[in-house]
Design a protein around this ligand. Structure first.
Ligand code: NDP
Ligand code: MG
Length: 389
């Protein structure tokens, strides 16, 4: 590619929280031609984006929205794909130089898989890809010489802290966690917490699945698994500290007792920009910011018994094989169950735990095995939910 030529980017999950912020960054900074935009079901939003950005194609997960989407962009010359496998098909066959994966859940797995298999760099927000298939995706990336660039703020922070450092000199990675909305609630009250309370995240504005995962701290659990695969650091060297104001995005402690941290106001456009333009930082106008205005930076240890989902993620990672794929499927089903009123908040971890304990672990060395472990986890959890109510 010639210097100063735009790179072609495919934005998966363009209508979501990460997707729209990615488009905002590209709007400000340029540097990319958008060739692919995708959504799950919001066809009007996708149509608007398509008419603005003029990609070569769009994909919509819900096949019943295909005609509406087609009509809305009629005459634009933009190809339309629809259906459950549309994202995977587009990732495998369309032209792009960078994949921004802002899909939520297992829907993000195949775009990650195809991008890396084709030797295309992956700017990854969809942490579930690595939870499901971290070893496999790493081995593909190694074979095709492609990079996985984290969008998740904690991992972007760690990546920056590790620049120029030796991994052998790392004592531990410390992921920071806001602690979610129930950080100070009496334990017995958390079990019956409402959906509205759980969706009220103290510092970040995100999609519903990750917001519930942040309230249970499963999100931090998934991020431990993500960090393990991204940085190839043993599980016992990955720690979590509660840091309610989300200014320190994560840190690395070195063997001599020196700590490096990455700081900034909580705004996902910063880690998105860094993943898009890695290893450079580009000038962005977000807001005037001064450390003098930041709130005090407090840290505490994770309180025993408050966040059982975090323990489950550590457990699944130490079991290995298909256990983390089962954890993912179980978590998605349990979160959906909670959001549609069929599970109590406290039952999220209980159903995931039962599912994980029932699973017969296998090797996670091919994509079909991984997908079927995820489906098994999802189905088993759904059965447990139906038995409850
Ligand atoms: P959102 O729910 O806001 O957006 C998800 C996107 O994926 C939407 O474009 C949605 O389409 C699309 N989508 C959902 N389900 C499907 C499906 N089955 N098939 C095809 N497309 C689908 O999620 P977020 O942006 O919050 O999160 C995306 C990922 O980024 C998650 O993995 C999350 O953990 C991670 N992340 C998010 C952060 C954030 O600040 N939001 C921070 C760090 C990580 P539609 O709009 O039509 O429903
Ligand atoms: Mg994060």
């Amino acid at each position: 590619m010639k210097e100063n030529q735009n790179r072609r980017i495919a934005v998966f999950g363009a209508t979501g929280s990460i997707g729209t912020q990615t488009l905002d960054v590209i709007n400000q900074l340029g540097g990319f031609d958008i060739t692919v935009l995708t959504a799950g079901s919001k066809w009007q939003s996708l149509a608007e984006l398509a008419l603005k950005w003029k990609p070569r194609c769009v994909a919509i997960g819900d096949p019943s929205k295909k005609n509406e989407l087609k009509n809305a962009i009629f005459g634009s010359g933009i190809k339309v794909y629809a259906g459950k496998d549309a994202d995977a098909h587009v990732a495998e066959s369309e032209e792009y130089d960078l994949c921004l994966n802002g899909l939520v859940g297992v829907a993000g797995l195949m775009p990650s898989y195809h991008a890396l298999s084709r030797g295309i760099d992956l700017a990854l927000a969809n942490k579930e890809s690595l939870v499901l298939a971290g070893d496999l995706l790493n081995s593909i990336a190694k074979k095709t010489n492609s990079k996985i660039l984290p969008v998740d703020s904690e991992h972007s922070a760690i990546l920056q802290c590790l620049q120029g450092e030796q991994k052998s000199e790392v004592r531990r990675l410390i992921l920071t966690a806001s602690g979610g909305p129930f950080r100070k609630w009496p334990l017995e009250k958390i079990r019956n917490a409402t959906k509205e309370a759980a969706l009220n995240h103290p510092t970040w504005s995100m999609g519903p699945k990750i917001t519930i995962d942040s309230a249970t701290l499963m999100n931090k659990g998934l991020e431990i698994i993500e960090a393990y695969h991204l940085f190839k650091i043993p599980i016992e060297k990955i720690d979590v500290r509660i840091h309610p104001v989300s200014v320190v995005h994560s840190m690395v402690e070195f063997v001599d007792g020196s700590f490096k941290a990455q700081l900034g106001v909580p705004d996902m456009r910063i880690p998105i920009e860094h993943a898009l333009f890695f290893p450079t930082h580009r000038e962005m106008k977000l807001r005037d910011d001064d450390p003098a205005d930041w709130p005090p930076l407090e840290f505490s240890k994770v309180e025993d018994g408050r966040y059982p989902c975090l323990d489950l993620a550590y457990k699944a990672l130490s079991i290995g094989g298909t256990a983390t794929a089962v954890l993912n499927g179980a978590d998605e089903a349990a979160v959906a169950g909670f959001l549609n009123g069929r599970l109590k908040f406290g039952e999220i971890s209980e159903t995931i735990e039962k599912t994980l304990d029932t699973h017969n672990v296998a090797e996670a060395d091919n994509i079909e095995e991984i997908k079927s472990a995820d489906s098994w986890g999802r189905d088993y959890t759904e059965t447990l939910i139906s038995e409850l109510r």
